[in-house]
Ligand binder design. Structure first.
Ligand code: ADP
Length: 473
């Protein structure tokens, strides 16, 4: 197969969330499985020093009445290449999508340019791709442009989070020279705006999302964010493929970022990570159960019910460490709570990958009370590190975490259904009780550490789907 992956972020080049892990890992895995694969990314400021690149030519995209030039920067890899689209006016900025004050006002133009530039680069380099794997709204116009130009290339559009839709004012149609015939309810029009995400849903050959449960949920009004109708219409072409994680990056036995490596058979060594984290954070933990969390602080992540639940839970003999950044109100709420309970809660408001690894390694439990969760990587990492997940039963969390059953003693974590501080609090208390009964806790932790969520099976499913797409008339 000759595959192109288009994403707005991918490890190790640029990352703000799980999409980066998925795109970067699939690029590696598809090539390892013998498929010529190309990864398309904007050439962001933070990526510019990657090295080992060559300039493979220029492209020009008409934006309004202007010709915007760009460079195709290639980093060759075994069985493929990373292809960066360089356009400094659009991409040589401090951040990927915006600043603390909000999104960059020209994101529609930036990613519209990117989408057209990717297709021009594919033609210019004669890549002859069988399938383009598009990810999230930033690449959502590509299926429309393919349809419009008659290019022969199959498309899979993957939704990593339906909450981010790339909806913009109509003016973008003229700026990108998109024929108004596509601006209909059956097309890319969405409540009077142009929706990049809807364009991806409507014009791609297949649609996927990152867990089977989320694939079902997004067809309902509760989780559909206005797109449920159009998704139901295309349900025969919509599938859920669970994300995996890259165990070469996330493995407590080899992780160079944690204080002490450990395995299931030497699990007692794990507690050295707790002791050292306490030292580093100047936060006394000793033998108390440590509840960790590493997350974007966004409404989606359940931070509101978490702060609610913590107000009571912090009265118990427990310790909580939360690492996250995001919406200011949620950051402030956690900071305020930690000021009330300074010896119980440490709120670390920043993005810090090394510290994230240390928290997974140190924690006895890992909290993800998400309102919705397309797949979630945090709980998968937590399982591997022996931090027992406490999650809400939604999306990928539901597909990967089985609530501990006190009668059968099955389960790799704790989960609850109702989205409320009360339900979360009850579950946290249950988890805390289990911690006091070592036999129960050890068994849940062991089952979790033995789970295998590596990419192999999911990558096979993607490849089978690509074959199907390639065979479409
Ligand atoms: P999402 O993609 O919605 O943000 P996921 O659980 O799929 O959520 O992926 C989040 C990834 O980002 C995980 O690898 C997590 O460890 C990491 N992460 C989130 N917030 C931070 C942070 N503040 N510092 C370091 N890593 C973080």
């Amino acid at each position: 197969m000759r595959i192109g992956i288009v994403a707005s972020e991918a490890v190790p080049f640029a990352k703000t969330g799980g999409l980066a892990d998925v795109a970067g890992t699939l690029f590696k895995v598809f090539r390892e499985m013998g498929n010529e694969t190309y990864l398309f990314l904007p050439f962001y400021k933070t990526v510019k020093n990657v090295g080992n690149t060559r300039n493979a030519g220029t492209i020009s995209v008409k934006i309004g009445s202007q010709d915007m030039e760009g460079n195709i920067i290639v980093q060759d890899e075994e069985n493929g290449a990373v292809i960066f689209i360089e356009q400094d006016y659009y991409f040589n900025r401090d951040n990927l999508y915006g600043t603390k004050e909000g999104d960059y006002p020209d994101n529609a133009e930036r990613f519209g340019f990117f989408d057209i530039a990717v297709l021009k680069a594919i033609e210019k380099l004669n890549l002859n791709l069988d399938v383009l794997h598009l990810n999230d709204w930033q690449s959502g116009l590509i299926p429309l442009f393919i349809k419009d130009s008659g290019m022969k290339i199959g498309t899979l559009f993957t939704i990593h989070n339906l909450g981010y839709q790339g909806n913009f004012e109509q003016g973008i149609l003229d700026l990108l020279h998109i024929n108004r015939k596509y601006f209909t309810m059956e097309g890319c029009e969405f409540y009077g705006n142009v929706s990049f995400l809807k364009s991806g849903i409507v014009y791609s050959d297949y649609i996927s999302t990152v867990s089977p449960t989320y694939a079902k949920e997004i067809q309902t009004p509760e989780y559909g964010v206005g797109m449920d109708g159009i998704l139901r219409k295309r349900k025969d072409r919509l599938i859920g493929i669970l994300n995996g994680i890259d165990y070469s990056a996330w493995n407590p036995s080899t992780d160079g970022m944690i204080y002490q490596n450990y395995t299931l058979s030497e699990i007692t060594k794990k507690k050295i990570n707790k002791e050292k984290l306490a030292e580093e954070l100047k936060f006394e933990i000793s033998d108390k159960p440590l509840f960790g969390m590493v997350s974007r602080l966004a409404g989606q992540k359940g931070v509101d019910i978490l702060t609610d639940a913590l107000k009571d839970f912090l009265k118990e003999d427990v310790k909580v460490v939360i690492l996250g950044t995001g919406e200011k109100a949620l950051e402030d709420a956690l900071t305020e709570l930690s000021a009330l309970y300074p010896d119980k809660l440490k709120a670390l408001i920043k993005f810090d990958n090394t510290l994230a690894h240390k928290i997974y390694a140190a924690s006895d439990f890992f909290m993800m009370p998400s309102k919705y969760e397309p797949c979630g990587l945090g709980q998968l990492i937590a399982l591997k590190y022996g931090a027992v997940p406490v999650v809400r039963e939604t999306g990928g969390l539901k597909d990967t975490i089985d609530n501990y059953n006190e009668y059968t003693h099955c389960g790799n974590g704790f989960s609850f259904e109702e989205y409320s501080g009360k339900a979360l609090l009850e579950t946290l208390k249950k988890a805390n009780n289990a911690y006091r009964d070592r036999k129960v806790y050890d068994s849940i932790q062991t089952i979790g550490m033995l789970c295998d969520f590596s990419w192999g099976r999911s990558a096979e499913t993607y490849l089978k789907l690509f074959e199907k797409i390639k065979a479409l008339p």
